[in-house]
Design a protein around this ligand. Structure first.
Ligand SMILES: Cc1cc2nc3c(=O)[nH]c(=O)nc-3n(C[C@H](O)[C@H](O)[C@H](O)COP(=O)(O)OP(=O)(O)OC[C@H]3O[C@@H](n4cnc5c(N)ncnc54)[C@H](O)[C@@H]3O)c2cc1C
Length: 432
């Protein structure tokens, strides 16, 4: 029974890895000294390095594994304005002016991806397909409709509602009581973005070294002494770009970033007729659950990528795959016999205020905590930190101006995860 769930060539590596072009890294000895050391070669680190090297600073990016090993080659490729809290919640916390500034940067993160996509030499497979956000309870459809009518105070969403009666033209499921469409949200091709970003960063002059783990960062004089698994070096500035994989390198950040596993399956190829019937619009998809399902077709429209959080505590991707499949089939019974070709997971960096954070402390820069929506925001805040480290901009990002909270007794191990997920499950069942 279990074996029938998986294809013969089933893998526990991201689907994107099969398609990503190989980018050869030139052999790089660890220099004795560098202007800027970037730790972590995902969207944050590479976008930062792209800017510092374009500004003429000697830049070295190191990754404990290899570029894109973290979330940046494991994600679902859904691109949005990236902010979790609503405008009214932000306004209550920080006041209307600052809430507006935060939302404007959410919009700027989406705009930045359009700018990158339009740059010659970049190929990220960006497609403005829009998002369908399904209401899993009738009263949640009404809540979405109220939001839609009110409009967003900052974003031009052009959102519109799809009623339950109109669902067949939007999505082939009876599981939603209608939903909202956000036409400006996009999909990207994850297998293209990271290699393209890496290639452009190398062309800009940055050195990139894989298999090099930063072990400690010590302040000396005007800069830093960084001990790595490959030796030590001096760096004028350091940009921390390790997000959900940060570990104990910087205890201050470890106390503020919550690593949470997110799990995805890819299906085998689905017959075209079924794809056209179930997913007529090609949109990226999510729903009103607290433990949200996020899903989409692959760029070639042949498979479904279906992601979510299905286990109480961290599990391996293979164990989660069967449960994700079951949940996918609950939404799309026609996929009952569709097998799984890939299952994988990654650690997203969550925060206690569900907002991204960035900043600088005397030459040590960081950006992290995208709460599972980092395709645009990690890229944008990485770029901003790169500008800042180059001295190109002095006006701080709105995300720099908010304090980065922690909680008593939290030192990097999210012991509270299982009870929180139980509560979310109950709330999802009741729709509260
Ligand atoms: C399953 C999944 C689905 C997702 N789907 C979406 C989505 O659809 N849309 C969206 O917006 N976001 C999504 N995300 C989130 C998004 O992928 C991330 O927010 C984003 O990629 C973060 O990029 P990053 O560069 O900050 O971190 P990462 O890409 O995680 O990179 C961190 C890097 O740091 C390296 N590192 C760690 N410690 C050290 C050290 N001491 N020395 C050297 N290197 C080190 C790691 O090896 C790693 O390569 C998803 C994430 C996951 C896991």
């Amino acid at each position: 029974m279990q074996a029938e769930l998986f294809t013969n060539d089933y893998k526990t590596t991201p689907y994107w890895q099969d398609l990503a072009p190989q980018v050869d890294l030139p052999d790089t000895d660890l220099p004795d000294e560098i202007d800027v050391l970037v730790v972590g070669a995902g969207y944050t680190g590479l976008n930062a390095a792209l800017q510092t090297s374009r500004e003429g600073l000697g830049t070295l990016v190191i990754d404990a594994e290899h570029p894109g090993w973290g979330c940046s080659m494991r994600n679902g490729g859904q691109l949005s304005t990236s902010l979790k809290p609503s405008f009214s919640k932000l306004a209550r916390r920080y006041g209307k002016e600052h809430a507006t500034a935060l939302c404007e940067e959410g919009q700027a993160s989406l705009d930045y991806m359009h700018t990158l996509s339009a740059e010659s030499g970049f190929d990220i497979g960006l497609n403005e397909v829009g998002r369908f956000h399904g209401a899993h309870k009738p009263h949640l459809y009404e809540a979405l409709a109220r939001d839609c009518k009110a409009g967003h105070p900052v974003w031009k969403t052009d959102a519109f509602m799809v009623s339950e009666a109109e669902m067949a033209a939007e999505l082939g499921t009876e599981a939603y009581h209608g939903g909202m469409v956000l036409p400006r949200h996009c999909s990207i091709d994850v297998s293209k973005y990271l290699p393209s970003l890496l290639q452009n960063t190398l062309v800009a002059g940055a050195m990139v070294k894989a298999g090099c783990r930063a072990l400690s960062i010590e302040r000396i004089g005007n800069g830093f002494k960084v001990l790595t698994s490959e030796g030590s070096l001096k760096a004028g500035k350091v940009i921390l770009a390790t997000n959900g994989y940060s570990g104990s390198l910087s205890p201050w950040h470890q106390r503020r970033i919550i690593p949470i596993g997110s799990y995805v399956i890819a299906t085998e190829e689905i017959p075209k007729e079924t794809v056209d019937r179930l997913f007529p619009t090609d949109r990226i998809l999510s729903d009103t659950r607290k433990l949200v399902y996020y899903y989409r077709l692959t760029p070639d429209r042949k498979r479904l990528l279906f992601g979510g959080r299905v286990s109480l505590s961290e599990s391996d991707p293979h164990s989660s795959a069967a449960k994700l499949h079951q949940d996918m089939v609950a939404l799309f019974p026609d996929l009952g016999t569709t097998r799984i070709s890939h299952a994988w997971m990654g650690f997203v960096g969550y925060t206690f205020d569900t907002l991204a954070h960035c900043g600088e402390d005397n030459g040590l820069y960081f950006a992290a905590g995208y709460c599972g929506s980092g395709v645009g925001m990690a890229s944008y805040l990485g770029m901003r930190m790169g500008h800042k480290a180059s001295g190109r901009e002095s006006a701080p990002s709105a995300f720099e101006k908010i304090s980065f909270p922690t909680r008593p007794l939290y030192a990097g191990n999210p012991w509270f995860l299982a009870p929180s997920i139980l509560v979310y499950r109950m709330r999802d069942r009741l729709g509260i």
